[in-house]
Write a protein that binds this ligand. Structure first.
Ligand SMILES: Nc1ncnc2c1ncn2[C@@H]1O[C@H](COP(=O)(O)OP(=O)(O)OP(=O)(O)O)[C@@H](O)[C@H]1O
Length: 297
């Protein structure tokens, strides 16, 4: 039986570069006697439907893009309850997920890796309300609102500087909110939350910011922010590193339900994109996918 890989990409991203790379990947895989099916359509719901519909014919899914595009693909796999092998050609701005697993960021090197398949690694993700994947991070609170304001074009042109600019404009303006965190086996805590970062692994953007906790999500809460916290906060905005700040609560969990106690609307961002409002339920799905990785990971 012939082997077919799906190649999923966002045709509108990066001035059509993803489309060029998708065709190059198809040619490279053909040389290894692997057939391919290009999967692309404008609009996230349609893209999810297309992947779900094509999955039964595929032995692996190659995803071209950053965390946002990976999120679309993994949400489709989650909803279809499928556990297909995954290859990634990173083409986002930040590429958190790819950095975490030491995937090459050069498209040609990433294609070579996928063709040669030196090793597979089990990768865990989070399920939000059972239906939406969280590939790298979920955030809410003031910093998440700031990144909401950063437009995609701004992010592509100025990278992290655009976040810093927006952050400085916000200092001193926003308050923290009481948020309830209900853990499956560890009770419930209501904590003042200025900003909450939840990640699938111990690192963000290639920086390790928390101790290792296999099989669990990492939660970091910046409880409040006044002028004393400005420096740690700017440090975080710049490096993604929260470890040395005293105004931070760090927790790990397998399952948590998160509610806004005051009833004030709180919108989350998942893998960089505006997403669901609180309340949400998060479940860690350990070893959910097999990812094609370099041998040395
Ligand atoms: N088929 C699609 N139609 C419309 N939008 C899509 C589609 N697939 C992905 N997107 C969106 O395109 C945007 C860009 O995604 P992508 O992750 O590739 O780049 P990025 O945001 O620069 O990456 P990173 O998060 O790593 O910085 C995201 O908001 C993602 O949700």
């Amino acid at each position: 039986m012939s082997i077919t890989y799906g190649i999923f990409y966002n045709g509108q991203a990066g001035q059509g570069q993803a489309a060029t790379v998708a065709h190059q990947a198809a040619q490279a895989l053909a040389k290894h006697h692997i057939q391919t099916q290009l999967l692309t359509t404008p609009g996230i719901p349609r893209a999810i439907a297309l992947i779900k519909q094509t999955l039964p014919q595929l032995s692996a899914l190659i995803i071209i893009g950053g965390d946002g595009t990976l999120n679309v693909a993994m949400t489709a796999l989650l909803q279809a309850n499928a556990s297909i092998q995954i290859g990634v050609i990173p083409m986002g701005t930040v590429n958190n997920f790819a950095k975490r697993y030491h995937l090459p960021t050069d498209p040609t090197a990433a294609m070579d890796l996928i063709c040669q398949r030196p090793a597979l690694q089990s990768v865990g993700i989070l399920a939000c309300n059972q239906r939406r994947a969280v590939v790298s991070s979920l955030t809410f609170g003031n910093l998440a609102d700031i990144s909401n304001e950063v437009r995609q074009t701004e992010k592509q042109r100025f990278g992290k500087l655009s976040y810093l600019y927006r952050a400085i404009k916000h200092i001193g303006k926003n308050k923290s909110l009481p948020i309830r965190y209900q853990f499956k086996h560890a009770g419930s805590r209501t904590l003042k939350t200025w900003f909450c970062l939840i990640t699938t692994t111990k690192s963000v953007g290639g920086h390790t910011y928390s101790a290792s906790a296999p099989g669990k999500m990492h939660l970091s809460l910046l409880n409040n922010i006044g002028w004393r916290q400005v420096l740690p906060y700017l440090w975080f905005a710049w490096t993604g590193n929260l470890q040395n700040s005293q105004s931070i609560t760090q927790l790990t969990a397998t399952d948590v339900r998160i509610t806004s106690v005051s009833g004030q609307a709180v919108t989350t961002r998942i893998d960089g994109d505006p997403a669901l409002k609180l309340p949400i339920e998060l479940n860690y799905l350990a070893d959910r996918f097999d990812l094609i990785v370099p041998e040395s990971v």
